[in-house]
Write a protein of this length. Sequence first.
Length: 367
Amino acid sequence: MMSIATNQLINEYYNRYRENELVFTKDIMRTLRIDPRQIYVKCAGSQWPCIINSTSFQQAKIIVGTAGGAFTTITKKDAPPVSLRYGFTEPDGSPLVFFVTCRVTDVTPYMNSHDLAVITLSFTQRPPDDLIYKLGTLLAADDNFTHRKEDRIVINADTKRALGIDKKETIIYIQNIPRRCILWNLSFSGVKVVLMGIPKFLQNKDCVTRFMFSDPDQVVDVKGTIVTSEPVENRQDLAAVGIKFDENQVPLSYKIRINEYLSTTRKKMLDVAAANTIKKVDPIEATRKVRKDPDAEQTDEESKPAEKQQAAQSADTAEAAAASNATAENAQPQTAGNTAETAATAENAASESNASPVQTEQPAQNS
């Protein structure tokens, strides 16, 4: 099962190299560990062996004989869908095979031959992740070989382990004569080694540097030329030589090793930077959470009396309000009673006032 990081890498490969076509040379087939005996084209219930000339993430070009059943079946008009079978051998020796559904989009003679034809098969859907990962690894290595060729890797205990180099000691062939040397640093484009010899006699000599890798075990020879040669300080019998590789003859297996190391290192740096960005928080809050800040505790303790005082004041205010309401309720009936008594007194006074003139007029009439 592929990890999330691998799935992200596969999507990146697919989006970046979707249009790139990879010609299946002997070096590429050897690096991909392609099993030619497991390559087939299938159509209408039958399958035939074929040769994959090139492939991308969108199509493949295969070579078939024009006299065989494959050519007759898949090139006829309204032919049914075609499936192309890829076959690989995993590092542990187990086979890896899968089919990709295609349709025929072009048929041309192979190098003007009447016996062989190149048939272009366009994929009807995105190919399997295994194919994207395997082809993407090669394409990324070749891409970085162009853009990061001068990135130097100093050989030490950590880089040896990451690159799969067991030891710094190796062999360099100078004009076909093997000589022991020590790896100092390396890159896509060259290597620096230390060996016994007189510097001026090593300058501009053709050479082959041998690299012995592990996991999986590989012996990789890279052709180059000694472009710099100088004596080692305080050691006149030793020379430090800089070797420039022949760019057209750098094996893919070497490119992949260097690219994997540089990509892994870059990914670790990005992960660390992302982790540091996520961890950025308010310094005061971080201080209070990570370690108990005495000032923060004191501030909390100082705030407690103020909170208590405020609560007491709120309670007093509530009691005063309740008392005020009670007084208002008691006063209201007394006011109403006084009003009634005042009204009765006024009526009596009015009655007495009305009766008084009558009593005054009667004596006048009697008189």
